[in-house]
Design a protein around this ligand. Structure first.
Ligand SMILES: Nc1ncnc2c1ncn2[C@@H]1O[C@H](COP(=O)(O)OP(=O)(O)OP(=O)(O)O)[C@@H](O)[C@H]1O
Ligand SMILES: [Mg+2]
Length: 658
């Protein structure tokens, strides 16, 4: 696949063509999301989530108790309960009360246990009298139903609050969540066209002309670039991202122009123009909610959307219920762009200005090495790199005098890639996320439930209409599981769990838990405390593992800054942490600069037989033929190359041999 990834064009780059490093079965990732998630998730049924509460018997001393109990015993009670359970009327009534068959069996098991304790006198007296009457044939067993229902509600408290929970978690009318936007007759413009066609350029022109405006970008890097460019043009502009706030003047004099990441848009701030870039991202599994929220909630006279034509229909549908119409402006591509439809056939065909788009970091390493073997020194960009490093690599690629005139990058840096492919599959639904208030009200009704359980219940009960799907809750849950046992107020826990942290990495996840623990003790998270957990001062990377360690440390510092924006009193050392993160950024940059030597180290290391490595042992003991296929398979794993690539590699090796 050949394309120009979005962010480079904004640096004035016109690449000729881009290739995918691996064409078969690419694993698409959210462009800026650091978390890699399974793409298909299903809400669990509520009966699979809720845990029954144990109901305690109370010893009572009621006069005449022996007489009521009479000939009652566990056997007779069990018999009449069996009869109760079989009655269709009982099942029907239960369903009407939100107790489906599965839940019924769980509640009934608990009810049976309650009715048949060792000491029958500990059963509620009124129930005991009824049981006695039923067993004597004086009353029908269906009369047990009110007792059963009461018991079920005690065992499963959500039953009591079900109606309220349904109302709270009704996400079918998100338009109503933004009264400020609904008080305006907004004009919506959709700048549509292929990549590199000037969509953002035209929207930003309007941004610059307006008296007050907000730019919502998909990446910190783009927000920072718009911030810098706008100020360079003499228009004071502030910057807000998840981790940073910068002012053209100072915090007492906010500018009329603001550049931000889309999540940070305030739906209460009234302005003339809001630009929402890369609007097709509203279908993103993790971050889509932020675009949906911006689209429905931006409080501006003019909304300028930029993005793939594939998003036009869904945007129109989303705005239909509030009577807003969309004016579409189409653009043509400014420079020729070739998008390859297959993997690189030969590295010798690569020309200056090409971009190889890979689907994993390992594929970036693999392709960079291949290019180097062909005498080409590429610039390298992948998602885990800090923005400064990405910028520096982009600058090298852009600089006509620099020897790096080919770029190897993961799709994490561009967003059109996914969508170019998805374009033949128009966007059908968009992300939506519950608000904190909704989760809080939920917890009010279910005070016993842990936060993780609360999220599960929310997803299970909530309703969304056709055009929406729920995001964030799953990401939140992964973080929530980590800190479920840490005692934190709900709002703090919620905020911690909305951090954009990659939990796939055990080390960053462990630091996250430590941060939450320290927070829960009321002690400030200081620079010294934080730095103690990292290997500090950092050492320059001499191999890829060390480079990855620097990247993890960078992510940890980034997480600190993110939390510090939200809890400045508890995380007071943001300036020092930012300095430390700049240092890491520089070291990572240097690491990437000497990328080729790092790859060489990795290669030579991987060639050295290691006694402890059972896989190497196996390879060295196997036959010649197996040895080759094992190395190829190891390569396949390491470089994330496809079976097709592997086949091609085999052919190439065979050709070399002949
Ligand atoms: N009319 C124009 N005059 C001068 N430069 C332009 C014009 N239109 C676009 N450009 C420049 O062309 C490059 C690509 O434009 P832009 O970033 O707006 O593309 P885009 O359609 O938003 O692409 P993408 O979908 O990848 O975001 C930028 O460097 C931009 O400054
Ligand atoms: Mg653009």
């Amino acid at each position: 696949m050949r394309r120009v990834p979005g962010m480079f064009r904004t640096f004035g780059v016109f690449t000729q063509k881009c290739f995918s490093g691996s064409s078969a079965n690419p694993r698409f990732q959210s462009m800026n999301s650091r978390r890699k998630r399974n793409s298909v998730r299903k809400a669990s049924a509520i009966e699979d989530i809720v845990e029954p509460r144990k109901i305690q018997h109370v010893t009572q001393a009621t006069a005449g108790m022996e007489e009521w109990i009479g000939s009652l015993d566990s056997t007779s009670i069990n018999m009449l309960l069996d009869e109760f359970m079989r009655r269709p009327m009982v099942r029907q009534l239960a369903k009407e009360n939100g107790i489906n068959d599965k839940l019924f069996m769980r509640a009934f098991k608990s009810f049976r246990e309650y009715c048949t304790p060792k000491d029958l006198s500990s059963v509620d007296a009124a129930l005991l009298i009824l049981l006695s009457d039923i067993s004597k044939g004086d009353k029908d067993c269906e009369m047990l139903y009110p007792f059963f229902l009461d018991h079920s509600k005690q065992v499963f408290p959500h039953l009591e609050a079900m109606d309220d929970l349904r109302i709270i978690s009704d996400l079918t009318r998100p338009h109503n969540w933004y009264p400020e936007a609904r008080s305006i007759t907004r004009k919506i413009f959709f700048h549509a066209g292929p990549t590199n066609s000037g969509k953002t350029y035209h929207a930003l022109k309007r941004f610059g002309e307006a008296k007050s405006a907000v730019f919502c970008g998909p990446l910190k890097l783009l927000a920072a670039e718009v911030f810098n460019r706008t100020n360079e043009l003499g228009i004071p502009c502030d910057l807000v991202t998840g981790e940073e706030r910068r002012f053209a003047k100072d915090n007492h004099h906010p500018s009329q122009h603001l550049s931000s990441t889309v999540e940070m848009l305030s739906t209460q701030m009234r302005v003339e123009v809001v630009v929402i870039d890369e609007i097709q991202m509203l279908r993103d599994e993790q971050r889509g909610w932020a675009w949906t929220r911006a689209l429905l909630g931006a409080a501006a006279d003019e909304i300028h959307l930029c993005g793939e034509p594939a998003a036009i229909d869904i945007v129109k549908k989303l705005l239909e219920p509030i009577g807003e119409t969309v004016e579409v402006r189409y653009y043509e591509r400014k420079s020729p762009l070739a998008i390859g439809d297959k993997a690189i056939e030969s590295y010798s065909n690569i020309e200056p200005g090409d971009c190889i788009v890979c689907f994993s970091k390992r594929a970036v390493f693999f392709n960079s090495k291949k290019l180097e073997e062909n005498g080409i020194k590429p610039a390298v960009i992948y998602g885990d790199l800090p923005p400064g490093t990405k910028l520096a690599q982009a600058a090298k690629f852009n600089d006509p005098d620099d020897e790096c005139n080919v770029l190897v990058a993961t799709d994490a840096i561009g967003m059109g890639l996914n969508l170019n492919i998805k374009r033949v599959d128009p966007i059908m639904n968009v992300g939506i996320a519950p608000t904190y208030d909704q989760i809080e009200t939920f917890s009010f009704h279910l005070p016993q439930a842990s936060f993780v359980r609360l999220l599960d219940l929310f997803v299970s009960v909530c309703s969304v209409s056709d055009h929406f799907f729920i995001c964030t809750v799953y990401d939140m849950r992964e973080l929530a599981v980590l800190i479920d046992q840490v005692p934190l107020p709900l709002k703090v826990r919620y905020t911690f769990c909305t951090s954009p942290l990659n939990t796939d990495d055990k080390r960053t996840a462990a630091v996250f838990v430590k941060m939450a623990r320290r927070f829960s003790t009321g002690q400030a998270l200081t620079y010294d405390w934080l730095i103690d957990m990292l290997e500090w001062p950092p050492k320059p990377a001499t191999n890829l593992n060390e480079l990855a360690l620097l990247e993890q440390n960078y992510e940890i510092l980034d997480q600190y800054m993110w939390l510090s924006m939200r809890f400045p009193d508890m995380l007071p050392d943001e300036p020092r942490v930012r300095e430390a993160s700049k240092l890491l950024d520089k070291m990572i940059q240097e690491g990437v600069e000497s990328f080729m030597s790092l790859i060489s180290v990795a290669q030579s290391e991987s060639k050295e037989p290691r006694a402890s490595n059972s896989q190497s042992e196996k390879v060295s003991k196997s036959s010649e033929k197996t040895k080759k296929s094992s190395i190829l398979e190891a390569l396949l794993k390491r470089a994330d190359i496809s079976e097709e690539d592997l086949e091609q590699l085999r052919d190439e090796l065979n050709k070399k041999k002949t």
